[in-house]
Design a protein around this ligand. Sequence first.
Ligand code: AMP
Ligand code: ZN
Length: 117
Amino acid sequence: MTGEPQDDCLFCRIVAGTIPATIVRETETTVAFRDINPQAPTHVLVIPKAHHRDAAALAAAAPELAADVLRETQAVADEEKLESYRIVFNTGSGAGQTVWHAHAHVLGGRGLDWPPG
Ligand code: AMP
Ligand code: ZN
């Protein structure tokens, strides 16, 4: 069920601490950790602790939690001293989503092409 921890979800396991991650920030409702396969000098994932399959499901079920995630992307950018950065929510396998627990990619520390690939 949305919001409930899922045993087979990688990011729920990171929240539970049963899979290690390099955590850079944690709040009551969110965790931010470094992507294991970074695509930029700063590549941090911000996730809600509660399980929602993607950003749209998160926003529909828990709008305040979605706002917490967005606020945390700015906090990560501040800590990483990023003046410019990109927030990406890959949604659906055609867009590259591989983990079905909502997550914001925070990318920065290099020039970022637009439009993205
Ligand atoms: P997406 O493809 O948008 O679903 O993003 C999933 C991201 O999770 C990818 O950028 C992966 O590199 C990253 N990832 C997968 N496993 C781990 C892990 N154990 N710790 C940190 N990041 C991970
Ligand atoms: Zn999950």
